[in-house]
Ligand binder design. Structure first.
Ligand code: NAD
Ligand code: UGA
Length: 456
């Protein structure tokens, strides 16, 4: 059996996923390649290209033993029998389906690289998140090779979340593997399942047909995002009725049919995938003549946009209807805690809206300042980026908490209050802080979906 694995795409998924495979499967050789030479150099260095708790230890254990990072895609294709493809699949920005459909150009490019350089049969594994029935198109492209080679397409979507990627990969809720329903497909399915059997219990390995696997990935993200939009919609109603969203979420979550996870109200979900995957689902439904289904899912994204806007509107209205010229300290720019990733972070949208209102921004984040600078590079207005939260708050009229970094709880809020203009406001977009304590210090506190604590 072939025990050399290639992964094309050394990003947030390719890097950690392959590191965990190599760590758990010493009998396999795992090569991770990318067109981005800078990224590969970082994977080979002491400073990995992504911040992910626990990742460094895993990489250090396996790198140079059976885990290798390289830019030599051609050599990798020639050598490996199993090729995972984990390239990016962003929303299309041009032509038919622009703004919704998945842009598959990077995926197709890898398929063409594989055809050009393969010298023997391969198993090609869809690790990227793809529209349902992509395997069909990929199979056609790959089988068009004139070398008489056979390619089996396997769908093996990834369910890890950033910030907890290593634990998610080490102890997955399930590993989903889908294959074409023919003899060669079934054999390839077992070959891929064997990799995971090195550390994942059999009952967690779910084998399906390839279309179910592709679709399950899109729908899982849509269902998770739908829970957040549902709870966020109710946070708006809580603010009108003095119900408390934390109590509502807790009490709802006690029903095992509902479950307690993913019911945290927030300024909105971010991250590179929820939005793009739902929009892709919407596009697929429209494409297949299901406008009612498409509209149902599109509402999840619309509610997210509404929540981000609502948060900014609240800031402006509570700060006497103007933030022009007022300094606002932004605590947290990453799309969630424990990552430096800012892709689709609600902080980008919130910051842009505040800048349009001529607020002066001082942004503090423990991991994401470099990406924040890039995200806001084209914005007019005054922005500073502060590694010191106290410097960010100096002379500020308000603090807006946009990411749920736990360390924000440990800041000295008496000191922060003393440094700020008065009246001093805190808008807690993550319900992270101790609101009673802040109120006692003197802050006017505006949590999400809870009664405001105001001295005004
Ligand atoms: P990413 O942008 O971090 O990484 C993709 C990498 O692929 C980049 O480094 C890019 O240079 C490389 N690449 C693109 N085209 C290439 C080519 N032709 N040859 C070689 N390398 C190429 O993206 P990501 O966050 O790792 O996501 C990858 C896929 O996984 C997406 O489909 C995404 O939806 C899915 N996914 C992401 C997450 C997540 O948490 N980020 C979780 C589950 C699934
Ligand atoms: C999400 C899914 O959780 C993963 O299963 C999936 O593999 C991944 O997308 C993907 O396909 O990319 P991720 O985006 O990394 O993972 O992080 P999540 O923990 O899902 O958080 C997403 C966003 O929702 C964050 O902005 C987070 O702050 C927000 N969120 C999450 C809430 O606002 N409330 C919650 O209760 C939970």
């Amino acid at each position: 059996m072939d025990k050399t694995i290639l992964c094309i795409g050394a990003g947030y998924v390719g890097g950690p996923t392959m590191a965990v495979i190599a760590d758990n499967c010493p009998d396999y050789k795992v090569i991770v390649v990318d067109v981005n030479a800078k990224r590969i150099a970082a994977w080979q260095s002491e400073t990995l290209p992504i911040y992910e708790p626990g990742l460094e230890e895993v990489v250090k254990r396996a790198r140079g033993r059976n885990l290798f990072f390289s830019t030599d895609i051609v050599a990798g294709i020639k050598e490996a029998g199993i090729i995972f493809v984990s390239v990016n699949t962003p929303t299309k920005t041009f032509g038919d389906g622009a703004g919704k459909a998945a842009d598959l150009q990077y995926w197709e490019k890898t398929a063409r690289d594989i055809i050009e350089h393969a010298e023997n049969d391969k198993i090609v594994v869809e690790k990227s998140t793809l529209p349902v029935r992509t395997a069909e198109a990929m199979h056609r492209i790959l089988q068009s090779n004139t070398k008489g080679l056979n390619f089996d397409i396997i769908s093996n979507p990834e369910f890890m979340a950033e910030g907890t990627a290593i634990d998610d990969l080490q102890n997955p809720g399930r590993v989903l593997i889908g294959a074409m329903e023919n003899a060669s497909g079934r054999k390839a399915l077992q070959t891929v399942a064997d990799i995971y059997r090195c550390w994942v219990p059999e009952e967690k390995i779910k084998l399906t047909n390839v279309w179910s696997s592709e679709l399950t990935k899109l729908v899982s993200n849509a269902m998770l995002a739908q829970r957040i939009s549902s709870v966020n919609s109710i946070s708006a109603l809580c603010e009108k009725t003095d119900a408390n969203i934390l109590e509502v979420s807790d009490a709802m979550g006690m029903d095992p049919r509902i479950g307690s996870k993913f019911l945290r109200a927030s300024i909105g979900f971010g991250g590179s995938c929820f939005r793009k995957d739902i929009l892709n689902l919407v596009y697929l439904c429209e494409f297949h003549g299901l406008p009612e289904v498409a509209a149902y899912w599109e509402q999840v994204v619309m509610m997210n946009d509404y929540q981000e806007k609502r948060f900014v509107k609240n800031i402006i209205s509570h700060m006497f209807n103007t933030v022009a010229g007022k300094k606002i300290a932004i605590f947290g720019f990453a799309f969630k805690a424990d990552t430096g990733d800012t892709r689709e972070s609600p902080a980008i949208y919130v910051s842009k809206l505040l800048l349009e209102e001529q607020a002066v921004l001082a942004i503090h984040d423990p991991q994401a300042l470099e990406y924040a600078k890039l995200d806001l590079a084209d914005c007019d207005g005054k922005i500073s980026y502060e590694t010191d939260p106290y410097k960010a708050a100096e002379g500020a009229h308000a603090i807006a908490v946009l990411t749920e970094w736990k360390k924000f709880r440990d800041f000295d809020y008496e000191k922060l209050y003393a440094l700020m203009e008065k009246p001093a406001f805190i808008f807690d977009g993550r319900n992270l802080l101790d609101h009673q304590k802040l109120f006692k210090i003197g802050f006017n506190v505006y949590p999400l979906g809870q009664k405001a604590l105001s001295h005004l």
